[in-house]
Ligand binder design. Structure first.
Ligand SMILES: [Zn+2]
Length: 76
């Protein structure tokens, strides 16, 4: 399950959430003030798993695990 970063527009608190890709674009509740926090897209990172089983960050688009513009592991 990927980690996504969110920032609260109200108190500007940044936090990370481990959540399914299907919920990545949904607003998260700020732990401080419980406002709806928006996902921070600038820190987006795509992860792929290679043959050795290690998970490593992959830059760019498309991701290394598929040649599509959308896939299950990277929400793009
Ligand atoms: Zn907040």
């Amino acid at each position: 399950m990927p980690i996504y970063e969110y920032v609260c527009p109200d108190c500007e608190f940044k936090f990370e959430l481990l959540r399914p890709v299907s919920q990545a674009s949904e607003a998260a509740s700020c732990p401080r003030c419980h406002q709806s926090a928006e996902r921070v897209l600038s820190t987006f990172a795509c992860f792929s798993t290679d043959e050795s089983g290690l998970t490593s960050p992959v830059g760019g688009n498309p991701c290394a695990s598929c040649d599509a513009t959308t896939c299950d592991t990277c929400d793009i």
